[in-house]
Design a protein around this ligand. Structure first.
Ligand SMILES: [Mg+2]
Length: 286
C-alpha cells in the first residue's frame, strides 16, 4: 500500500451498474488503485463462487466478504495478513459469522408456509436468471449459497411480522437492491469489515483509513463502520435514506459514481501527502 487506504465495496448498483452489471465507469479508478497497491475488498450479498469469478474478471486477488458478511475469505497465498488465528478451508482462510445454509433453508421453509416468499433455493437456474438478469453460468454460481437466502416477497405490508418470526429463530432480514435476504442475526457487513480491518491493521505500522461504498440498506452498517462512507445513488438518481457525518454522495449511479468518488478520495490523499512532504521540508530547514 502506497497510502494506508483500504477500500470496502458493495457490487450490485455500486461498483457494478444495476442493470448491465458493467464496471466500465470505474475502470480508471480501479487502475489507479492498483497502481498504488490499495486493496479492494469486495463486500457483497454474492456467494463465494460469484466473488471468486468477479475477482478474476477484475484482476484482484484479495480477501473478500461474501453473502452480506456471512464470512470473510482470505486467499491462502495472501501475504499481507497474519492468518494464523483463522480456520483454513481449501484455498482460503476463513472467518465465519453466518450460520450454515442448511439451517437458513430449514427456517425459510417454515416461514414460507406462512408468507408469500420465494427463495433462490425454490428456483431453477432459469428462474434465477429471470429475476437477476444474470447469464446461466453466473446464475448457477449465485445459487451456490453458504450462509444466506435471497428471496422475493410480494406482501410488503407483512414485512414486520416476517421479521419478528425470523428473529424468534435467531435470524434477521435485510433488503438489498433486488432481494430480501434471510441470514443469521449476528452477521452483517459492518462486523465483517471491522474484523477484516483488524487483520490488515495488525500488519501495518500506519493507521489504515477505510473507505466504504454502497447503495442499499444492507450496506448501512458497513458505511457506518468506515472512515469515509460513500453512498451511491440508485439508477433513478435518488439516494437511500441515510444520514452520516462525512457521507459522500457522488452524483452518478453505479460504476460511474464509484469511479468519481474514488478519484476524488485519491486526489485528497495525494494532496495531503504532498502537503505533508512540504511541511516536513520546512521543518527540516527551520
Ligand atoms: Mg447493492
Amino acid at each position: 500500500m502506497d497510502f494506508p487506504l483500504l477500500i470496502f465495496t458493495d457490487l450490485d448498483g455500486t461498483l457494478l451498474d444495476h442493470h448491465s452489471y458493467s464496471y466500465n465507469g470505474a475502470a480508471k479508478a480501479l487502475q489507479r488503485l492498483r497502481q498504488h497497491s490499495i486493496p479492494i475488498i469486495l463486500a457483497s450479498s454474492k456467494t463465494k463462487a460469484e466473488l471468486q469469478r468477479l475477482q478474476t474478471k477484475l484482476g484482484l486477488n484479495e480477501p473478500f466478504i461474501a453473502e452480506n458478511g456471512g464470512a470473510v475469505f482470505i486467499p491462502a497465498d495472501y501475504s499481507m495478513l497474519a492468518t494464523h488465528t483463522l480456520e483454513k478451508l481449501g484455498d482460503y482462510y476463513l472467518r465465519q459469522f453466518g450460520r450454515p445454509y442448511r439451517y437458513i433453508r430449514e427456517i425459510f421453509e417454515t416461514l414460507r408456509a406462512k408468507y408469500n416468499i420465494k427463495g433462490f433455493g425454490d428456483m431453477t437456474v432459469e428462474e434465477i436468471m429471470a429475476v437477476t438478469g444474470l447469464a446461466s453460468e453466473e446464475a448457477l454460481l449465485a445459487g451456490q449459497r453458504d450462509f444466506t437466502e435471497p428471496f422475493l416477497f410480494l406482501s410488503e405490508p407483512l414485512l414486520q411480522g416476517l421479521k419478528e418470526d425470523a428473529a424468534d429463530k435467531g435470524l434477521k432480514i435485510t433488503r438489498g437492491g433486488r432481494f430480501y435476504h434471510l441470514m443469521a442475526a449476528r452477521q452483517d457487513k459492518g462486523l465483517a469489515v471491522k474484523e477484516t480491518l483488524q487483520l490488515f491493521q495488525a500488519g501495518s505500522p500506519d493507521k489504515i483509513v477505510t473507505v466504504g461504498l454502497g447503495d442499499a440498506e444492507n450496506d448501512f452498517l458497513m458505511l457506518k463502520t468506515v472512515d469515509i462512507p460513500v453512498l451511491i445513488p440508485k439508477p433513478d438518481g435518488s439516494y437511500e435514506n441515510l444520514e452520516l457525518r462525512g457521507l459522500r454522495r457522488p452524483p452518478y449511479p453505479g460504476s460511474k459514481g464509484w469511479g468519481a468518488a474514488i478519484m476524488a478520495i485519491l486526489d485528497d490523499f495525494q494532496q495531503a501527502v504532498t502537503q505533508n512532504i512540504k511541511c516536513n521540508d520546512h521543518a527540516a530547514k527551520d
